[in-house]
Ligand binder design. Sequence first.
Ligand code: HEM
Length: 391
Amino acid sequence: MNQHSALTRTRGKDVAEAYRNTKTFSFEVFVQHMMRTTGCSNEVVDKIELHVHQLYPGKDLAYLGERFNSYFDRYLSLEAIKSERSYAIPNQDGSVSVPLKVWVSDFLIRGGQRAYFGDFLEEIDPNISWAFLEFDDLSWQILYQYPKVLSKKMHAAKERVTEALRKYFETPITERSGDAWFTKAMENEMRDLDLDTRDISIMMQTIYWGINTNTRRGCFWMLTYMLFHPEVIPLVMQETEKASTEGNTTPDIDYLNDQCPWTNSVWNETLRMSAASSSVRYITADTVLHFDEKIFGDRVTEFDPKRFYDNPALLKSPSWRPFGGGATMCPGRFVVKQAVVNFIAMALNRFDISIDGPQPMPTAKEGNPVIGLMSNQPGSDLRVRLRLRKY
Ligand code: HEM
């Protein structure tokens, strides 16, 4: 389904209706299907409710943000990036060149996994983030319900992640270090339900997938759009400076939401351009909500960093649906924004980031179903140069 095509249009109010109609368009059915494909038994799927309460604004979200930010604060340095020899190329002037998508994927996946599971998971399998990346890039095969025989690579990568998680949950709790309290709490709840270690690791893999897939894509698209509209970089830097001073790892979510209009505008425009969310619902009509020029104005197929700055009321439009709607509206919408915006604020304030030589804007991989943000076309990464900022 091509978001930009306008063959059959579904207007905002029709979609609002669809979101209320959970019987016909049940997202739950879809999530349950995915859990079954990733190996959960019917019994587990029936017993488990998705653990989403930690993701809503409040002390748990702040705790999670603190864990992400501590990781960013510690590892967002040129020295740490230069040590990633598989993709980072040091330049003679002291700067370093990296493929943006690979860099943010590697960095954010490791950040997310440490925030939830501590360092211990990476000790079990130092390459788990790469296995996850391989799985994630092929995970549309699950959404297309590919037979196993045609999706061996995806299943092998998935199995490697499950295996590392299984070893993790086989290790007594007292021997693991640094995991989040709610990861332990989830595990204990599952054990109380008599789930075995394999079921627990499969369930946790769904969570691992949820945290990691969209965060990395959000960072990639937001930074990419900013690099192609460099006039917004100083505006975003100025607004977010407070959230990015060295050693300050406490994200101020209210400040980011209420006092950073440019940052919010760029984030929302990134979502407008990159969210392919409606494709997961069983809707046959082409839903082009975010490209409806009657709502979003001129040049809807182009990124406009000012669009939401000039017209914040767009966020109230029924056509604005990056996170779905109704009872199943995405519970990850706060945590993803918190992680992406904090990462970008810190990265921009620490490094002068520029496009490393003339390159085209990466293109989105439309057509494959995704939950959340689209991926980029294979081979369309953006090489960027990171230089330490001198104040
Ligand atoms: C920009 C990033 C993201 C986008 C665009 C996005 C989009 C969506 C959409 C469209 C839905 C379906 C809602 C519906 O219509 O029923 C959904 C559901 C869901 N999302 Fe996200 N998502 C994002 C990030 C995340 C993150 C980071 C997490 C986890 C930490 C997450 C966890 C979930 C869960 C658990 C559901 C199922 C909710 C339910 O069925 O009750 N999402 N997301």
